[in-house]
Design a protein around this ligand. Structure first.
Ligand code: APR
Length: 310
């Protein structure tokens, strides 16, 4: 299994770290525009692999040709938000970077599965899909799983129970309009919407939406939670686990939407996403889901106006 990671910054290098620790690849290629950075990360990671007796080979490169024929490509290149920024504030700067990344992916790879991490992720994933021309099942954005893990954390703290007792689901935009789903989240099989009061539900949602910004204001970036989610998605694909994971995928009529990438639950396996799970949304959920969809549509329009997307 050859896995390439574009962008050898915090998320890229740590994703490689977690992929190695979970034994998911025998070759990892780290690509970055900064000279020396991916090479240095590769050396450090190889030395870690050596200590653990793992046979994986990590290569650092400044050239896209080295990603040739990757089975999976994780895209983390681009700017991360700074304290006080929303993910959408990164739109134009990262769109240019992701366009270049996607052009290079399609130049050197024919049949890879791409996991997009760069923010604003839904829009960046849309750019990857459009520019690579890959089948839609091969282009998957990481966001919903991360939001869901933060929702689980909020709920576990609020209910004072172990995290594993809770199944938490967040769909929709990976951004300000993310949509936690208390009707589809459970404590020991019982719906969260039947356990918590309206005020508690709102408080858990608010916490889930804001917690990443708080981490960024405290330590400058979020790292461990996102890279764990990247590895979980890679693992589901590599081991053909067919886990149900909320992820951003290109919709073609599902959820009543077309020509957009947005977070919905999908079954992830060796062929990429294999099925979209269509949840029955009530009016309130539909309205919130559409608010996120409109934010993504508007961002895509903005990029088209700027000539960054055709
Ligand atoms: N090609 C390859 N690498 C690039 C390019 C490019 N065109 N442009 C930038 N990079 C690299 C940078 O040199 C840097 O090493 O992308 C890396 C980004 O790393 P960090 O700045 O550490 O950012 P990180 O915290 O890893 O976040 C990356 O993931 O979660 C999202 O919001 C986050 O958009 C951000 C992305």
């Amino acid at each position: 299994m050859k896995i390439s990671v574009i962008g050898a910054g915090r998320i890229g290098s740590m994703s490689a770290f977690e992929i190695i620790n979970r034994d998911l690849a025998n070759e990892i290629v780290l690509v970055d525009i900064v000279k020396g950075l991916p090479q240095g990360e590769a050396m450090d990671l190889n030395q870690m692999a050596s200590e653990k007796g793992k046979s994986v080979k990590v290569v650092g490169s400044n050239e896209y040709k080295d990603i040739k024929d990757s089975d999976i490509i994780v895209v983390t290149a681009g700017f991360a938000r700074k304290p006080g920024m929303t993910r959408m504030d990164l739109l134009k700067t990262n769109a240019g970077i992701i366009k270049e990344v996607a052009q290079n992916i399609s130049k050197y790879c024919e049949n890879s599965i791409v996991i997009t991490v760069t923010n604003p992720m839904d829009v960046m994933n849309y750019i990857v899909f459009k520019i690579t021309g890959f089948p839609r099942k091969h282009v998957i954005g990481m966001g919903g799983l991360l939001d869901s893990s933060r929702y689980r954390e909020s709920l576990a703290n609020m209910l004072n129970v172990g995290r594993s007792a809770i199944k938490a689901l967040v769909i929709g935009e990976h951004g300000e309009n993310m949509l936690p789903m208390p009707r589809y989240s459970t404590l020991g099989g019982i719906r969260i919407s039947d356990i918590l009061s309206k005020e508690q539900i709102l408080a858990a949602e608010e916490n889930t939406r804001k917690i990443a910004a708080e981490v960024i204001s405290l330590k400058g970036a979020t790292v461990y939670a996102p890279i764990s989610c990247v590895a979980t998605m890679v693992e589901s694909i590599v081991r053909d686990k067919k886990d149900i994971i909320p992820a951003s995928v290109y919709l073609d009529g599902e959820y009543g939407l077309k020509d957009i990438c947005i977070g919905v639950p999908v079954i992830l396996g060796k062929n990429g996403w294999e099925q979209i799970i269509e949840l029955n949304l009530n009016e309130e959920e539909k309205e919130k889901f559409m608010k996120g969809a409109n934010a993504i549509y508007n961002a895509i329009e903005e990029l088209k106006k700027e000539g960054l997307l055709t």
